[in-house]
Design a protein around this ligand. Structure first.
Ligand SMILES: [Fe+2]
Length: 221
């Protein structure tokens, strides 16, 4: 966790470094906790792709829209708008659905139920429309997605799928998205002269999303 005295109150690139480090570490820890692909049975592989699809397909654009509605700076608005534009224009939900179909991993009722509680927790958080915290959560999300793509692609390949458009696109474009969202974060932090909330509070969305992602990998979190 970031110490409260770590300089989070001064919003520029140098002073968002502790946040970047925290997010990078959270992503590293998450990926390191995932099971070895060699040890997974077909049903476990199917479940992971299905739960990932259940979470991302209908929620990513909605949560990015919440970020758009929550921010106040012109720069953050334009960065998030460009992100949403690409998602909608290039039909990313459709790309993910195609990926799940090809891997025989279309989400079932029980896949949706397995992530229900943790998904609902993220939805309740997002509904509070807290700009800086949602942008932080989405930055973590984009960063995670990019780094997760090789694992997700391999799950699908082992399920007999040759469909890799979703994983190819997101392994590349989300690197830029992550950097852009850090710029949006800095712009938002510049808006307020009030002290930012303590780090624990600031990272609430990141923690809720991290639990949800753990739940995608392990159905009983
Ligand atoms: Fe996308």
């Amino acid at each position: 966790m970031i110490p409260e005295s770590s300089g989070l109150m001064i919003p520029n690139r140098a002073h968002t470094a502790p946040i970047r480090e925290h997010i990078d570490r959270a992503i590293d820890d998450l990926l390191a906790s995932f099971p070895n692909l060699e040890e997974l049975c077909p049903d476990e592989r199917r479940g992971m792709v299905a739960r990932y699809t259940a979470v991302l397909e209908g929620n990513f654009i909605y949560w990015m829209t919440a970020a758009y509605l929550s921010v106040g700076s012109e720069e953050a608005h334009s960065i998030i708008q460009a992100n949403l534009h690409e998602e909608v224009r290039d039909n990313h939900p459709g790309m993910l659905r195609k990926f799940a179909i090809a891997a025989h991993a279309v989400p079932t009722d029980s896949d949706a139920l397995a992530v229900y509680r943790n998904l609902e927790n993220v939805r309740l958080f997002v509904g509070r429309l807290s700009g800086v915290r949602i942008v932080l959560m989405m930055t973590f999300f984009e960063g995670f997605i990019t780094r997760f793509m090789p694992y997700l692609a391999e799950l699908a390949k082992r399920q007999g799928s040759a469909e890799q458009e979703y994983t190819d696109v997101h392994g590349v474009c989300d690197v830029t998205h992550t950097q852009e969202l850090y710029r949006a974060l800095e712009a938002e932090m510049m808006l307020t002269h009030d002290p930012l909330p303590p780090a624990n509070n600031l990272l609430e969305g990141v923690e809720l999303l991290r639990t949800l992602i753990q739940n995608i990998i392990q159905p009983r979190v």
